[in-house]
Design a protein. Sequence first.
Length: 81
Amino acid sequence: MTIQVNITPNGRMSLPVEIRKRLGLSEGGQIFLEEIEDGVVRRTAAQAVARAQAIARQFTGDRPSASVDAFLASRRAESGE
């Protein structure tokens, strides 16, 4: 779906009520905008967290206990520090 959203001179824009309801933003809230090569991607906070978790899983695999400290310790051990 493509919609037109107007931006005021001070930079504010309004999302139509039906979109806010679908996104769970009917009481207001935050969205995150990511500029990509050919446009802008909009994500709710929950979507942004889910995306970050998916990216983290790419690096931790099935090790939910993986941490930054554990990663750094393994890198130090591999390098002989």
